[in-house]
Write a protein that binds this ligand. Sequence first.
Ligand SMILES: Nc1nc2c(ncn2[C@@H]2O[C@H](COP(=O)(O)OP(=O)(O)OP(=O)(O)O)[C@@H](O)[C@H]2O)c(=O)[nH]1
Ligand SMILES: [Mg+2]
Length: 413
Amino acid sequence: MDKAILVGVDLRNDGLIDYYMEELVNLTEARNIEVLYTITQSMKKITPNFYIGSGKVQEIKTFAANLDADIIIFNNELSGSQIRNLEAEIGIRVIDRTLLILDIFALRAKTKEAMLQVEIAQLLYMLPRLAGLAESLGKQQGGIGSRGPGEKIFELDRRRIESERNRLIKELEDVVKARKIQRKNRVKSNIKKIAIVGYTNAGKSTLLNALIDTTHKDLDKQVYVKDMLFATLETSTRHIVLSNHKEFIATDTVGFVSNLPHHLVESFKSTLEEITEADFLVHVVDTSNTFYEKQIEVTNETLKDIGVIDIPVIYIYNKFDLLEEEIKPLHYPSVIVSLLEQEGINKVINIIEKELFKDYEEVTLLVPFTEGDLISYFNENNHVINQDYSNEGTLITLELSLIQKAKYIKYIK
Ligand SMILES: Nc1nc2c(ncn2[C@@H]2O[C@H](COP(=O)(O)OP(=O)(O)OP(=O)(O)O)[C@@H](O)[C@H]2O)c(=O)[nH]1
Ligand SMILES: [Mg+2]
């Protein structure tokens, strides 16, 4: 296993450097690299050659030699020449947070779409850094950044990389087009859609599985859940039918982290687009993380970046079982739950149902006996509360949406 020294430069002095460094530790470990030591430095201005001051470079060099480190990982985004200069001075591999995240994504990508998205993001990252990176990657065999286009970069000049990027973008467009057609065929147009969003590892996929459990007792429909960052890179969409016949479409997608590389957001646009098409967002929060309030902010900022505006949100404060103290929700509507517990899932379903079907109303209809099909339809598709018979027809009490209410107004008692 590779061993790393992490370096963080605090330029903003906003008191959040500890948060960013903890995140960097988690990201590094997610890439199976051991963290030996963390160095932070407050600075007003970066230096063009090394990003940090030359004294700090020497300090890092000493630490790296004494601790026998293999790699230095910067929390801040470096230019190609800064990477080259740092490597020449320190003598081991230097990467930044963006390359680390791209590499984790490259490891996790399973579908054609996700693989193309990651490759495009990697190329976009590398293009402006060609001079610095070519040297750095050339020395490295099979290490970080070498997956995907990294390994080929030596043989390729800029023009060929650009044409490779364009070819990948075209290929991605075709894959996305095919997926969209499939999706259109699958989804009834008037059915409500929710998108499950949140910081990575919060429990989004766990929630989708819990919802699937309420409908399908079908293990094949379950999605991948694991205690690691970015377990999910692809979108999964499932049709959920509650026991009272109310139904909706639920989509699980990639999780967020702060400073998600711009190129990654750009190339994952087709995946993230599904979020912008939802009627409701279900924002899952890992309350067991010390920085969960910051993670909520990060998620909301990322949502804004991808163009989500004015979609109502339900907050799920998850992993309650790991808490020692009570917490106060910061948002409404919200529930505090443990998705690993049955009671927690029921609470979540209740709140989704309450918010998603706000426009549903309990009404009593008198349906003539000649319209027997309608009664069967209601029993299959609506929440029927009571059913009785009179001389004129069937008296049925049920929940109807506003649209349905308008449609069947002539039967309303
Ligand atoms: N203790 C505890 N663990 C939970 C709870 N809900 C989910 N987990 C665990 O948290 C880990 C991450 O869950 P996932 O559902 O994969 O999280 P995710 O948000 O989909 O994560 P990514 O796809 O990686 O972004 C898994 O090990 C889950 O079993 C909970 O209520 N309590
Ligand atoms: Mg997931």
